[in-house]
Every structure is written in structure tokens, then in C-alpha cells.
Design a binder for this molecule. Structure first.
Ligand SMILES: [Zn+2]
Length: 225
């Protein structure tokens, strides 16, 4: 007797291929705000990490900004925000995410096999008077989770409206490739302004803190330049 093995978890991930050679697709790990992690294929583009959100709904660009757009927004291909290198979306996958995806598939396959063996044993026991089989409770191990904690700067491209986040000064929009240094500078100025406001709002008893805040603000101004 040959029975088809049920592969419930793997079938759920299947997006193509045949039953014996499945093509699976695993959703990309995301930040709590729903942005996907990306990693520049350019090894020189420190720190390589960035996150990509969805385009802002209803965004309308200034017509004179549109001339800065290098690639049609929303089309395949990603631009490294740190170096401007453009490559296929798949090349921006972090090696850890690739490893994680393999781990998820392995775990699903293992659990499917355990279930299948358990079903087979139950089947054998049903046809036999001398064997009883009590299946163990089916454990569903929680999927591995991934987290990254870094200080992220969130930006919205003022040319195409794409939401993204970077971990250092970035010069290009990862979607349309527009040079975005001015955007970064504006955000930097906003943050420096907030630090100054915060320093000014401290009372006499917290002058040391105020001094520290202003010191940081100065450093940030230098970094921005
Ligand atoms: Zn853009």
C-alpha cells in the first residue's frame, strides 16, 4: 500500500513547482512597523543595512523634483541608499534572512514528517488487534523570529514617496534612485532643533543635562556637514 504523504506545512509555503519538487516562498522578516530588511550587495557601502517600507499612499511629488528620479518608482530593482549601486531585488537579501528562511523550511519539513509517521503508525494500529497506538500531542514549535536593534532614521523620498529607513547618512532613494542628501540634511536639522528645544526646556537644576544635549547637537551638526 502506498499513500501520499501529507505535507501540510510545506504545501502552505508552496508557490509553484511540482509536488516532488516544490517551489516554496517564505515571507521576508519585517520590522514591527512592517518594513522589510534589506542588505546592500555592495560590501563597501557601510553599514549596508536598510529597511524598505511601502510607498506613502496619495503621495504627490513636486514636478521639479521628478527630474531627480533615475528609475521608475515601484519597478523591480533596488538601489543601495549608501552607494547608489543598483541590482536585482533578490541581491539585497541579507545572508541571515536566507539562512533563516532555510531554517523555517527545515522545521516545517521535519514537523510534516513527524505528523506523517504518526499518521502511519495510527493506520497500522487501526488494522491490528494486538497493537494500540496513542499518538503524542502534536507540537507546533513556534516559528523562529528575527529582530534587529539599531538606531534607524526613517525617511520618505520627496521624489517618489517611498518610505525607507537607513542606519547612516544615505545619499540615494532605494526605490527611484534619486539623490536624497537634502532630505537627510533636513531631517538632521529637525533633530538638532529638537535637541536644542529640549536643552532649553531644562530647568536650572538640570543644566548639566542641557549642556550635554547641546554638545550632542553640535556634534550632529558637524556630522551633517
Ligand atoms: Zn524615491
Amino acid at each position: 500500500m502506498r499513500r501520499k504523504m501529507k505535507l501540510r506545512r510545506l504545501e502552505k509555503m508552496r508557490t509553484g513547482g511540482t509536488r516532488t519538487k516544490m517551489q516554496l516562498s517564505i515571507p521576508m522578516p519585517k520590522t514591527p512597523d512592517g518594513r522589510v530588511y534589506r542588505y546592500s550587495p555592495n560590501a563597501e557601502a557601510h553599514p549596508r543595512h536598510f529597511v524598505l517600507g511601502d510607498p506613502v499612499v496619495g503621495f504627490v511629488a513636486d514636478p521639479d523634483r521628478a527630474v531627480r528620479i533615475k528609475y521608475a518608482p515601484g519597478t523591480p530593482g533596488t538601489v543601495c541608499p549608501y552607494s547608489g549601486v543598483r541590482a536585482d531585488d533578490a541581491e539585497f537579501m541579507h545572508p541571515d534572512d536566507r539562512k533563516a528562511a532555510v531554517k523555517i523550511v527545515k522545521q516545517a519539513a521535519l514537523q510534516d514528517m513527524q505528523d506523517a509517521v504518526s499518521d502511519m503508525l495510527a493506520g497500522v494500529a487501526r488494522g491490528s488487534k494486538s497493537i494500540t497506538y496513542k499518538p503524542a500531542a502534536r507540537r507546533s514549535k513556534s516559528r523562529p523570529r528575527f529582530g534587529r536593534r539599531d538606531l534607524m532614521r526613517l525617511l520618505v523620498c520627496d521624489c517618489c514617496g517611498r518610505d525607507y529607513g537607513v542606519f547612516a547618512i544615505a545619499l540615494f532613494c532605494p526605490d527611484c534612485g534619486a539623490p536624497n542628501l537634502a532630505l537627510h540634511f533636513a531631517r538632521e536639522a529637525e533633530l538638532v532643533g529638537q535637541q536644542v528645544d529640549l536643552a532649553e526646556s531644562q530647568g536650572k537644576d538640570r543644566q548639566e543635562l542641557a549642556y550635554r544635549l547641546l554638545g550632542n547637537a553640535h556634534e550632529d551638526v558637524l556630522t551633517a556637514f
